[in-house]
Each structure stands twice: as C-alpha cells, then as structure tokens.
Design a protein around this ligand. Structure first.
Ligand SMILES: Cc1cc2nc3c(=O)[nH]c(=O)nc-3n(C[C@H](O)[C@H](O)[C@H](O)COP(=O)(O)O)c2cc1C
Length: 363
C-alpha cells in the first residue's frame, strides 16, 4: 500500500509517502529567495509521493527565524519555481507550507522592526534565531508580541491568499496551511492563550475563524483538492498548553474542512505516541468527520506506516527526519536497506554539509 500510487480528484502521487515540512534555514535572510542549494536539496528528495516544503513565511512580519525562504513577492516565487521545476522534472509533486509564526518571533527579523504578531499580549517562552551583528545567526528569546487588531486579524486571510497566488506563480502543485506547532493559527485556537473579546476570541467557532477564513482565501486560488491543513493535537511545542477538549476541537475543524472539500488534513503527533495507538479515539473520530485524505506524521517507519494505512486511520504518512539524511528514503524503505543517521547539528545550519551531501544508495 505504502508504495502504491495515491490519487484524488486533482492530483496523483507516486506513492503514499509524504516528506514532512522541515525548516532548514538555508536561504539568504535579506531577500528570502530560495537558492541553488535548495533546488538541489528538494530535487534529491523528489521520489517522495509528495514533498511539503519547509515553512514559507507569507509576509515579512510572518517570519520567526533567520534564513527562511519566503513567498510574498515575485522574486521569491521565481526562486521557488526553480525548486519546483527540478522536483517536477524528477517526477515529484510539491506543496508550499504557508506559515505565519505569530508571537514566536523577534523584531530583529522584521524589516520595520515591528514586534511579533500576537493573539494576545503574552510572550512565548521559547527561543529563536535572529541575525547577529556580523550576520551570523544568534539565539534570542522571543519578544513580547503586540496583539493583532480585529482588522489585522482579518487581513491574515488576505495575506495567505496573496501567498497562494505567489505559490501558483511558482508552480507549486498545492499548498499546506501551517495550523500547527504553536504558530499563529494554533495560538488563536488555544483557549488559554486567546484572551480576545472580538470575533476571533471566545468560542471554538471564533478561535478557528481566522484559519477557516484563510482556507477560503486560499481555496479561491487553488482547487480545494490541492490544499492541506496541518494540526498538532495535544501539542505543546513553542510554549503551548494542552487543549482542554481535543476531541471536540479537532473534530470541529475536520468537519469544517470536510464541508469545504479540502484535500488533506495533516495530523502531527509531536509525542510520536497516540497516533500509533490503534485504540486511541482521536484518529477514528477524525476519520469519521473528514472524507479527504488524512496525512499522519510523527515517528513513522515502514512497519507502523503500513499499519496505520491498513487500519484506515490515515491515507498517507509523512516522514520528517529520516528524509533529511536519506534523499532516497522511499527506495531504502522499499528494499529494507539501512538508513543513514541524521546529524542534528546541521538541521538549521552548515550550508551544503548535512543538507545536500547525504549519500543515496549506489546500486
Ligand atoms: C529540522 C526540522 C524542521 C522542522 N520544520 C517544520 C516546519 O517548518 N513546519 C512544520 O510543520 N513542521 C516542521 N517540523 C516537524 C516535522 O514536519 C515532523 O512533523 C517531525 O519531524 C516529526 O516527524 P518524524 O518523526 O518523521 O521526524 C520540523 C522538524 C525538523 C526535524
């Protein structure tokens, strides 16, 4: 099953394996245009059924880390187009992961020195990397955000709609809206963090309003069958707190994506535990609520990937870290070949080292 083709009404993938979105921080910070090294990195991994790109900021203020390739202007789209042409020439498919970090940021990352964009005025107790005085990345605490006004909150969907148009210009096959991991949409969802009294705060409907407005704006650009939305139930990364009603919350968003015929609901288990537990209630509840393809992510290998597909809790499996160190991961899994170990030290730094120099099988 894992190695069979997957198709929906708009897309065909060579297999059921997705390369998970991974920030690798190799772009030039000033213009955020993807470079030749990034073209080569994605080309090497094009045998994945689908690549979901690294998180791609949708505006200057959406940036939360140094050296991320972005997608708010035509120069950036032209850079991504080279990546996408290389992936397509190698037989692959690729989505852009559209990303706004919200409060997980620092004014040094923004051209106008604006503070991070918050759901409310609470700083994220976590770190980021900013440009140091000599241009070298420097670790820093995330700064106190300023809460988005209602008009600014409404503008996020417009911003993502524009980024989706840039993604089209760049020949991405689709886009994923990054609604997970403690970034902007996840911050609005979070009832402990979201202290707003406008139409974006309070009820579950209000806390998911911005994400669904964004889905609609992106669906005005891309066929809904070419759109994915990522969620991280029970996730605590980036100073998040556990959702008090995970079943209610995630079934709600699944139902609303189902109504809009969105192609992919991407579920990431940060703990790599419950998603592998056949008796855990969340995945069956999402399956019931949503008829599109569920992508499961978090600690997958060949065996547990086949198992989750066989029990029908997911339609596709996304794999992250093993793709960093194994450009030909699909072939290695197919053959049962040994995997190269990944080097965490070069995840976000190191140029070509730990990026494009991991070997593929030679025979
Ligand atoms: C270096 C690195 C960068 C990541 N960047 C992103 C990102 O930009 N967007 C995102 O949604 N998840 C990101 N993740 C999480 C991965 O998409 C994936 O969910 C995680 O690695 C778990 O999958 P795995 O167990 O197969 O590695 C990142 C993970 C790693 C290791």
């Amino acid at each position: 099953m894992l190695f069979d083709t997957y198709a929906n009404s708009a897309l065909t993938f060579a297999n059921h394996i997705v390369m998970a979105p991974m920030t690798r921080s190799r772009a030039d910070h000033r213009d955020a245009v993807p470079n030749a090294m990034m073209v080569e990195y994605y080309r090497q991994r094009a045998s994945a059924g689908l690549i979901i790109s690294e998180g791609v900021p949708t505006s200057d203020r959406a940036r939360g880390y140094i050296h991320t390739g972005a997608l708010w202007n035509e120069a950036q789209a032209a850079g991504w187009k080279k990546v996408n042409q290389a992936v397509h020439a190698a037989g692959g498919k690729i989505f852009a992961q559209l990303w706004h970090v919200g409060r997980v940021s620092h004014s040094a990352l923004h051209a106008d020195r604006s503070p991070p964009a918050g759901v409310s005025g609470q700083a994220a107790k976590t770190k980021t990397y900013i440009p140091g005085p000599d241009g070298v990345p420097q670790i820093a605490d995330c700064e106190m955000p300023s809460a988005l006004s209602t008009a600014e909150a409404k503008g996020i969907a417009v911003e993502f709609g524009h980024a989706a148009r840039m993604a089209r210009l760049a020949d991405f096959d689709g886009v994923e809206i990054h609604g997970a991991n403690g970034y902007l949409f996840d911050q609005f969802r979070c009832p402990q963090l979201n202290q707003r009294s406008d139409e974006y705060g309070g009820s579950l409907e209000n806390r998911y309003r911005m994400l669904l407005e964004t889905v609609d704006a992106v669906a005005a650009v891309y066929d809904p069958a070419c759109i994915a939305v990522r969620q991280s139930p029970f996730g605590t990364n980036n100073d998040m707190q556990a959702d008090p009603d995970p079943l209610g919350t995630y079934v709600y968003i699944a139902q609303h994506l189902d109504r809009r015929k969105i192609g992919f609901l991407h579920i990431y288990d940060q703990s790599c535990t419950w998603i592998h537990d056949a008796s855990h209630p969340l995945m069956p509840a999402l399956r019931q609520a949503y008829r599109g393809a569920i992508i499961a992510c978090g600690g997958f290998n060949k065996e547990n990937a086949e198992a989750i597909l066989a029990r029908g809790h997911a339609n596709l499996v996304a794999i992250g870290k093993p793709f960093i160190s194994n450009p030909d991961l699909v072939e290695r899994l197919k053959r049962g070949a040994a995997l190269n170990a990944f080097d965490q030290k070069t995840f976000f730094t190191g140029g070509a080292r730990g990026y494009t120099d991991y070997p593929a099988l030679t025979v």
